[in-house]
Structures are given as structure tokens and as C-alpha cells.
Design a protein around this ligand. Structure first.
Ligand code: ZN
Length: 293
């Protein structure tokens, strides 16, 4: 679908689509066991197949129903990938991928000197995320290991969601965890000679289009490595760390869909508050900014 170019025309277009009849559209969310009205049926958005909870789930996790992998889920895969990369540095696909990742991070551009990124387009935010990796000195081997870890876990885990979007979002989330947020520290000498050290720590939310851009940029540098070497990588992981928990013991598999009786947060429940930024004065937190999730 081609979106109208300017903002006002886009807004009129959305209003028109919202006002159109929803009589022939499905009334309930398509996720089994959910039962909430779709955003379109509730008059709260344009999503014709899913409710607000599952639309937000997709924005955060890259899938309407599958939760993100935690750092601990990825750990054995990352370790196996790191060993495999060390042994195969001379492989032409690996060498190309490492040099492409090094250039991507090197030429990601400057890091803005302000905490807020309001109004910055998502692609530029993704580049700022890459520039922070450069500032932190994250090596390209680590980025390739994360990429391969996500590809491997999605391949091995029987409860995974095997779609492209889930893959790139999971890659971006794992990379976002390495170096996210705006951090500044100062040293101020007071009149009485004491020195205080104020600090600001501010974190961007790990959700939305920025993750798609970041994941795609990383994927473009690495995709040939898994196309050529995924079976060898998985064999090494299983040999050293055993099979995925859901393969070894199916009762530990994550329930993929919201089932009747399963606790799912209600859309009317009080929204969760999350600290996005703190300002410290010495050891004391003087300002804490929280936002609704
Ligand atoms: Zn739903």
C-alpha cells in the first residue's frame, strides 16, 4: 500500500479508513484463546486481525505471540558461536562479515550530546545505537556471535516463531542490550571544597521500528555465514552444551499462544511504570523519570 506523502494527507487517509464500515471484518483477535476485540472493531486503531495487546506485543518482540529470548536463553548459543568464529576466521564468509560489521559500526556517525531522541527518525536512532557500540569498543566478533546465536536458537527451538521480523527484532534486542542509553557523568567542585559527581542515565525503549532497522543492518552484514554454515554451528552447540531445553524436555517448552485460563494482562489493567531515566547527585538519586509501558 502506498501511503500519502504529507502528514496532513496521511492523517485524513487514516481518519477515512477508521470511519469506513467494519461490518465484514473479524470482530475478535486472531490469536487463539485471546478473545479481545480487534483494534479495528474496538475503534481504537487500524489493525483488522489483532487486539491492542497483541499489536503492542509485536512492536516489542517482533511476533504477535512469541516472547523475546532472554540473555540467558541465548548464552549457550553465543558461546558456541564465539568458539566457532575463532576456529573459522579465515573462512571467506566469516572474514567478509567481520569486516562489514566493523565498517558498519565505524561509519555509524556521531552520537548526539543530548539525552532525548524525540523526533529523530527510527533509522537514525538505529545508527546512534551502532555508534554507541563503537564508543563502547564492542568487537565485530561479538556482533556476529549474537547474530548467529539468534539464528541458531530460532532454528532449534520448536516453539519459536520462524518469521523474518521475529529474527531481526531478536537480533536487534540482543544488540541493544550491549550498549543502550545515554550516560553522562560530571565532576563539580563546590565552594566548600567538596566534590560532587552528578550522573544522568537515560534508556531508550526497546520497541518499534528502530529495532527493525538495527536488525536489518546487522543481518545484511552476516546473512551468508548462516546460509553456508548453520548445520556446523548447530552441531557444535549441541555437542558442547546439549540440545535446547524444549527439545530435551518438551514439558519445558513455552506455551506459544494465550490459552483459555492462562494469565494474560488485561488491556484495562493499570499500565506498568518503568524508569527510563535517573539523575544522580553524589550517591543520591535526585530525579527519576518514569513512563508508562
Ligand atoms: Zn489478542
Amino acid at each position: 500500500m502506498v501511503l500519502p506523502r504529507n502528514r496532513a494527507a496521511r492523517s485524513r487517509d487514516i481518519q477515512k479508513r477508521l470511519a469506513a464500515s467494519a461490518a465484514n471484518l473479524p470482530p475478535k483477535c486472531a490469536i487463539p484463546g485471546c478473545g479481545r476485540p480487534t483494534m479495528r472493531a474496538a475503534g481504537k486503531g487500524l489493525a483488522i486481525h489483532h487486539c491492542k495487546y497483541h499489536v503492542q506485543h509485536r512492536a516489542r518482540h517482533g511476533s504477535h505471540w512469541r516472547k523475546s529470548y532472554r540473555a540467558s536463553d541465548l548464552k549457550p548459543y553465543r558461546q558456541a558461536a564465539a568458539i566457532w568464529i575463532r576456529r573459522n576466521r579465515d573462512d571467506s564468509y566469516v572474514a567478509h562479515s567481520l569486516s562489514a560489521l566493523a565498517s558498519l559500526v565505524q561509519f555509524a556517525g556521531p552520537i548526539p550530546q543530548s539525552a532525548g531522541l524525540r523526533g529523530v527518525p527510527p533509522r537514525d536512532r538505529a545508527k546512534i545505537g551502532l555508534a554507541r557500540l563503537r564508543e563502547k569498543g564492542v568487537p565485530p566478533e561479538k556482533l556476529l556471535a549474537i547474530y548467529l546465536a539468534v539464528v541458531m536458537v530460532i532454528e532449534e527451538d520448536p516453539t519459536s516463531h520462524r518469521v523474518h521480523e521475529f529474527r531481526i527484532v531478536q537480533i536487534a534486542k540482543a544488540i541493544h542490550r550491549l550498549a543502550s542509553g545515554y550516560h553522562r557523568r560530571w565532576e563539580i567542585r563546590l565552594n566548600d571544597g567538596r566534590i560532587v559527581r552528578p550522573e544522568i542515565h537515560s534508556y531508550a525503549r526497546s520497541s518499534g521500528r528502530v529495532l527493525r532497522h538495527l536488525g536489518t543492518m546487522i543481518e545484511e552484514c552476516c546473512e551468508w555465514v548462516d546460509v553456508k554454515h548453520l548445520p556446523a554451528l548447530l552441531a557444535l552447540k549441541i555437542e558442547r552444551y546439549g540440545p535446547h531445553p524444549a527439545v530435551a524436555d518438551p514439558s519445558r517448552a513455552q506455551v506459544p499462544f494465550a490459552q483459555p485460563g492462562l494469565k494474560v494482562p488485561s488491556p484495562n489493567a493499570a499500565p506498568k511504570l518503568r524508569t527510563v531515566s535517573t539523575v544522580k547527585w553524589g550517591n543520591r538519586v535526585v530525579r527519576r523519570i518514569t513512563r508508562y509501558e
